[in-house]
Design a protein around this ligand. Structure first.
Ligand code: HEC
Length: 305
């Protein structure tokens, strides 16, 4: 009821402007949301590319170490001696990654996680243990990709399984008695598991790329777009309001009051037209003015009869 009354009392300007503002608002919200999801998707794509570059580089340097450097090092180093700094691919990668400047790192992380690690910080957390379990449950799976929260920060991650590949791996991870003495001396015996078998998936590589800055940038972009759109819309509406006021409402009101005067016999000889009346309003005014002229002629004829 109240709305119907309001509708009746609102003039053409207010109705038109309200309608346009509502439509504009819907469009702006749509554009803002669209921009947000679009930049978020882009950020995700970028994060995936970064993660894959990091992963590919580490994979290649590991392959080089395994096929070229390690055989040579084994030949040169005395049997039973073990220097993790030059003899463990995982150890070398870990030490290299640890050296990446924190400023360049910007929250990115590369981890080689295991249920029973030699290097305690490599212990898989709950999320990483879930990844290892998923790889175990589906040994054909070559990678897992997605987003996750770490310390309530959003990250994009890629992950690959690590399996025991032959006696080489088992020698250093299965039984302290079989491992090089130096290894046990440096790392202790906590990182061994007698249940390991050749081919077991027991660890995983995980690359984390932070998404929080990208999400913040996407939000800011969407807000900026929304604010710019809203300002343009307001200016547009103001322009339309003034236009409607000057070109339609005021001329019609003038025509209306002049027609009312004529209807009560006042100012019968004055034209109804004015310079403000343009376009369709001018046509309407001309028609009504013709009516006035006919009326005046009719009245004169009546008087003469
Ligand atoms: C000569 C001994 C040796 C051999 C052979 C070896 N590792 Fe290791 N591995 C280590 C040591 C030592 C570390 C800890 C390195 C560090 O300081 O981060 C390690 C670390 C790891 C880690 C990281 C988790 C952890 O335990 O800290 C994984 C995963 C791993 N090794 C898997 C393998 C696989 C798979 C192979 C076979 C392809 C293999 N290792 C062969 C000694 C060895």
């Amino acid at each position: 009821m109240a709305l119907a009354n309001l509708q009746k009392t609102l003039g053409i300007r207010a109705k038109f402007i309200t309608m346009l503002a509502a439509l504009g608002m819907v469009a702006l919200l749509g554009i803002g949301y669209g921009a947000y999801t679009f930049s978020l998707r882009n950020a995700m794509h970028e994060a995936e590319t970064k993660a894959r570059i990091i992963d590919a580089y580490i994979k290649a340097s590991r392959a080089y170490f395994m096929s070229v450097q390690r055989p040579l090092i084994s030949e040169l180093v005395e049997k039973d001696r073990f220097y993790p700094e030059i003899m463990s691919g995982f150890g070398i990668t870990r030490r290299t990654v640890d050296m990446i400047d924190a400023e360049q790192l910007k929250g990115f992380q590369f981890r080689q996680v295991s249920t029973t690690p030699h290097h305690p910080p490599d212990k898989a957390d709950k999320f990483e243990q879930d990844l290892i379990n998923k790889f175990k449950a589906d040994p054909k799976k070559v990678e897992l990709v997605g987003t996750t929260l770490r310390n309530s920060e959003l990250y994009f991650y890629t992950s690959r399984p690590i399996r025991m590949e032959g006696k080489g791996c088992l020698q250093c991870h299965l039984d302290p008695a079989q491992a090089p003495k130096d290894l046990v001396e440096v790392y202790g015996t906590a990182g061994f598991d007698a249940k390991y078998k050749d081919g077991d998936i027991f660890a995983a590589y995980v690359v984390y790329v932070p998404l929080a800055p990208a999400v913040a940038a996407a939000k800011q972009q969407a807000l900026l777009l929304f604010a710019a759109g809203a300002t343009m819309m307001l200016l547009g509406l103001l322009f339309i309001y003034v236009f409607l006021d000057q070109r339609i409402v005021k001329p019609i009101m003038e025509l209306s009051s002049r027609t009312e005067e004529v209807s009560v016999g006042r100012n019968l000889d004055k034209s109804l037209m004015s310079s403000k009346m343009k376009d369709e309003v001018e046509t309407l005014a001309r028609s009504i003015d013709r009516l006035r002229i006919s009326l005046v002629k009719m009245l004169k004829r009546r008087k003469n009869e």
